[in-house]
Design a protein around this ligand. Structure first.
Ligand code: PNS
Length: 155
């Protein structure tokens, strides 16, 4: 059974993330979606809430596990015997950032590969940052996030 991990901040999960997850499930039998921390970011949602929003957005997929990772991604992968990372790319800026992250992860854990999947054109402008910006101005995020995120962040 082929297995990969899709790590991210998911602050919050967007339709762009779901697009990448659906693409990854065409390539891998099972996907672990990992809510991680980027220590250089300040989050709008707690880790528990980011996890909770992912869980409800992915409830229809029985071959997806959602987990919280507290330390380095590569340490989690070693312990859980996962060797493939999936990352989504929207544009050149993503490529430059993710290419660097791929090299760092590879140094930390030699026995891994990173697989890049390209976002669908209509998701290439979708980002958690845009969603948070719209939320702060009380705008409508319904075209950017799964329904259950809309429901769950109303309050
Ligand atoms: O959605 P993001 O913020 O671009 O995801 C980045 C993330 C959280 C996947 C990355 O920062 C990460 O892997 N964090 C876990 C800690 C780690 O392993 N960092 C890599 C070495 S710098």
């Amino acid at each position: 059974m082929s297995l990969a991990i899709y790590p991210g901040s998911f602050d919050p999960v967007t339709n762009g993330h779901i697009d990448i997850i659906k693409q990854a499930l065409k390539v891998f039998d099972k996907l672990v979606v990992a809510v991680c921390d980027n220590k250089n970011k300040e989050y709008m949602f707690s880790k528990e809430k980011r996890y909770d929003l992912l869980k409800c957005s992915l409830s229809e997929f029985n071959n997806v596990d959602v987990v919280q990772v507290d330390g380095l991604l590569t340490e989690y992968m070693k312990v859980n015997e996962i060797n493939i990372i999936v990352k989504g790319l929207r544009n050149i800026a993503d490529f430059e950032y993710e290419n660097n992250m791929m090299q760092v992860n590879k140094i930390l854990f030699k026995n891994i590969e990173t697989v890049f999947l390209i976002s669908k054109p209509y998701n290439q402008c979708v980002s958690s940052s845009a969603v948070k910006q719209i939320l702060k101005f009380n705008g409508n995020i319904s075209d950017f996030v799964p329904n259950c995120v809309l429901e769950k962040i109303k309050d």
